[in-house]
Write a protein of this length. Sequence first.
Length: 276
Amino acid sequence: MKPLDPLTLERVARLVVDIDGPFERRGYQLTQLLQRAGWPQPAEYDGSPRIPWLADILTSTDDVAAVSRLLCRICDPLEYDDGLTSADLVRQALNAHLAAEQLTVTYVSGRPVLGQPGTDGHTTVFAVPDDLEARIRPLVSSEAFLQQLMERVAETQICEQHGAYGLTLIGIGSFAEALLLDVLTHRDPTLLQGFVLPSGKRVPAERTSFSLLLDTARARGWIQMDAHDFMKIVRDYRNFVHLRQQQERGVTPDRDTVGMCWGPVLAVLNDLETSR
């Protein structure tokens, strides 16, 4: 995502504060929202008018990843007592403000994800975010590993550009699996000694399956259940590295398949960021 226009950010601030509206947030609630969105060093509300206070915070940062997380968080069903009912109303209002920026928030596996409107005006296109490297840098264990991850992403883009969609899906799954393994073992170094199966058996970290990584991340509360469940599709499509499995599934990958796989990956990335 590119930096948003200051006027767009001011409108977002007005939407978030929602003075006299059904979703009005008090000053302390704004601070809590920023914390839940993983805002870097969120400021304590200082008692000044809320909309200018929040607009100043949004416009004074060059961290577009933080802004992206906040846009998703205000549409997150977890933020509202009645879940998706209220969250979707906020999402629709937010998308009206984001239309001029060629951005839209939609739900993928129940999680809010930022994408771009499709050419038909109804669908959402998911692809590699412009700020992906900046977003995953704080999550991973080293700069060297970050560069390896970005090389894998670049390889998937080359495959997609040349119509090698099956290999693109394999690359997306490989990226997501490697990211999860590194983030989990970085957050909890004891996992380097092995991941525990439901049976109690311990599996060496280097042999841990994609499925067990997802289960572990969900059990630790680092990703939400919906994102966990829909990542199973990405995991299954990653297994198209075995042509037999693609034949058994009867899937002929195309550009839409690639976009549908990036959606759950971005939902997991959002969860990893906000649970950091």
